[in-house]
Design a protein around this ligand. Structure first.
Ligand code: BMA
Length: 336
């Protein structure tokens, strides 16, 4: 177990059948199936997942590496049991772009959007695309480098689209110290009025970086925002396939004002989910990674939280929205 020992909030329950999606469900070349966007749309659940392919753990140990990354699509009546489409839906690769990954899905005014990270020869960029059928995507915008982990709000606020994003300022903050920003757009193409929303220091269990995880969820208490929050300890050694993996990713949660999402009402000061189970701490490509990428409110006030576990499989946990709101309010707003 990594130190300091971190524990998940008692109000969060992992689904006993985890993982809900893995390479065994995928009918094409697949090794790691994780960091997946999920929506409930037109009466069924849809998941767009990251699929790294072309290398097993045994092959990795002989020096082989993944051949590529694509994005797959699966549909489900219950959000738990999935049928994966026969072919991947997206793979971006050309002279400039190396790969697109970590898709998040959002429905805004009945249109479906995907945000995704893009590795390019000139830096990491955040993309936004629109789809009519979940299978074909029109790219609307790509940020300047280095920016990653973009999520869209499912509603416009004061006529503007809103996004959370995570730029990576490498000169000004000493070492990795990456925070969550909010910005707005009239058309999802031109983005402006950026403002710092929450910083690493606001999450006491992180010392490295935070990032928006799932597109925000509206509740009667405000917007719930699920984040990842990373602590790094360079004395940590082998945690997964690589010789050294020194970071631990927990899930965090914060609450934004329902009318003015630029206002943070509270930040939970403990991890929502810390790596604890076998599939989070023992098995997989990079262990001790919990990377939330989707959250869906159920009719009974429960929130389903989908997350990548160990960069290898997709898992599910649930919590009552009221308990999460209480945990955020207890933590209080961020200090200025
Ligand atoms: C981040 C991203 C995620 C990944 C995480 C842990 O920087 O690359 O896709 O889940 O690292 O490896």
């Amino acid at each position: 177990m990594l130190t300091p020992v971190l524990k998940s909030l008692p109000c969060v329950e992992r689904y006993s059948g985890n993982p809900v999606l893995s390479k065994d469900d995928v009918p094409y070349d697949s090794a790691l199936v994780f960091n997946a966007g999920v929506i409930h749309w037109k009466g069924s659940y849809a998941v767009a997942f990251r699929n790294d392919y072309g290398c097993t753990q045994a092959e990795w140990e002989t020096g082989k590496r993944f051949r590529g990354t694509n994005i797959g699509l699966a549909l489900s009546a219950d959000g738990i049991h999935w049928t994966v489409e026969p072919e991947p839906i997206m793979e971006l690769r050309d002279e400039e772009i190396q790969r697109a990954y970590d898709p998040r899905l959002t429905v805004i005014e009945d249109e479906v959007y995907m945000t995704f990270a893009v590795d390019t020869r000139h830096g990491l960029r955040g993309g936004i695309a629109r789809t009519k059928d979940l299978k074909h995507y029109e790219v609307l915008s790509m940020s300047v480098p280095d920016n990653r982990n973009m999520v869209l709000f499912p509603e416009k606020v004061n006529g503007m689209y809103l996004r959370l994003e995570r730029p990576m300022p490498v000169y000004s903050r000493g070492r990795d110290r990456f925070d969550i920003w909010i910005s707005e757009s009239p058309d999802l193409v031109y983005w402006g009025r950026p403002e710092l929303l929450a910083a690493v220091e606001d999450f006491p269990f992180a010392n490295d970086k935070i990032g928006p995880g799932a597109p925000p969820v509206r509740t009667k208490g405000g917007w719930l925002v699920f984040t990842h929050a990373v602590d790094r300890d360079d004395s940590r050694g082998k945690n997964g396939w690589e010789a050294k993996w020194t970071k631990r990713y927990c899930a965090g949660v914060m609450l934004l004002d329902g009318d003015d999402p630029r206002k943070v009402l509270g930040i939970c000061r403990e991890p929502l989910l810390a790596p604890e189970t076998v599939y989070e701490t023992q098995e997989g490509f990079r262990t001790n990674v919990i990377f939330p990428t989707a959250a869906i409110m159920q009719d009974d006030g429960t929130v389903r939280i989908y997350y990548g576990a160990s960069d290898t499989v997709t898992a599910l946990a649930t919590a009552k929205a009221d308990d999460l709101i209480e945990a955020c309010l207890k933590g209080g707003p961020r200090g200025k």
